[in-house]
Design a protein around this ligand. Sequence first.
Ligand SMILES: Cc1cc2nc3c(=O)[nH]c(=O)nc-3n(C[C@H](O)[C@H](O)[C@H](O)COP(=O)(O)O)c2cc1C
Length: 448
Amino acid sequence: MGDYLFVLTNVFDQKVNVNPFSHLHDCVERAITISRLLRRLQISAVITMDSNTIRDPDNVVCRLPPCQKKTEEGSESTRHPQCKPNVVCLRDFEEYAKTNMPRDVFDYYAGGSDTEQSVRDNQEAFKRIRLQSCILRDVSSRDISTTILGQKVPFPIGIAPTAMQMMAHPEGEMAMAKAATAMGTGMVLSAWTTSTIEEVAEASGNGLRWFHVHIFRDRSITRKIIERAERAGYRAIFISGDTPVLGRRLRALRNEFALPSKFRLQSFPLQLQIEDGTNNDNFPEYVNTQIDDTVSWDDIGWIRSISSLPIVIKGILTAADAREAVSRGVAGVVVSNHGGRQLDGVPASIDVLDEVASAIRGSGIEVFFDGGVRSGTDILKALALGARAVFIGRPALWALNYDGSAGVCKMLEILMIEFSVAMALTGSLSVADIKKDLLRRQIIYAKL
Ligand SMILES: Cc1cc2nc3c(=O)[nH]c(=O)nc-3n(C[C@H](O)[C@H](O)[C@H](O)COP(=O)(O)O)c2cc1C
């Protein structure tokens, strides 16, 4: 049994009465492409034609990807009525979301703090690193799998915690979790979730799930959230160390953005919200009162004293902080500048990854990465600079908006294929082969 598969049972028995290039055909084609590219994959989801669903063995249901092919006549007007624009790379999901989401929601997700220099730089910095090709190697049997905190994953990609996902899609975090499970990887559920901790656990079935927690001013809230997450089978706690205060996100301020009143922040117990008189109108103020600028490294010791789950510190950008994390007994760190949403003007995450990873190499701590990952070659670069796996933030939200679970599956699949191709073209047979010598850094300033 391989790591991850689509089962194509009954596919060819189904009556396809739309046209030969309908949803079903697309899906089968994709599964076959993937299984060819990644020889270790077997096929294990059940695709049925009834009401356009894919069921995986755990009964996770995703909508089939939308029809993306023209009919044989090739005219736009003969496309399936549910057609959405074709998506072939992560940028396409963003283009879709930009026109499909309400403007203030898109801005909330896309934006960063202040001038958004770090948002832009996260992606620009990847472009300053070039790859070295490697030709005429037999790359026919590549293994792109790895482990994250001891759990096997079919590719080194997870979903980063992002707040309030129901604004992107009605199934929000549940759809995101379903997709991560269907693709064999995991998602970090944000503490600012619009689905409950338990609903997301149920949606992810027996898949991997991790929980992101803020150390709130009222520590009993944090304790209760951690207890709920433990009971619901989350396997690690991700703590963002970079949010003693929230960055000034100018787009949200200009738009006077607030969580629409039909949604709730579900990791806060309802009782607590009522007691505090909190409703969604005063959500920003409520959040601000719970964000604690006294949080320190000593609180990591407190979390360790109340939970046996592995702890991962997110928001590390310096060697010194990485060493401190090691000394506090954590299981991992995420090199991250919070997608440019906290301190504007810090280096791009990828520009400090090497320094951070080198500082704690040999400590046994796992180094993860996020910020600006938009392609398979970005993943290759991050791994070459010392990351064990990368996490995806905004593109997962765009994909969720594109087509819920199926959209996120598709996004992960695109990344997986791109990463596999990048490995082949750099002569890498396994993730262990991906080393710094595959990279060249563009020199920006030269002596005249
Ligand atoms: C809309 C949004 C909400 C986020 N919410 C959280 C959060 O609740 N907790 C957290 O640790 N990081 C949060 N992040 C940061 C992400 O986890 C991640 O660090 C960042 O998005 C990675 O950059 P990328 O979007 O370029 O992939 C958020 C990011 C975005 C875009």
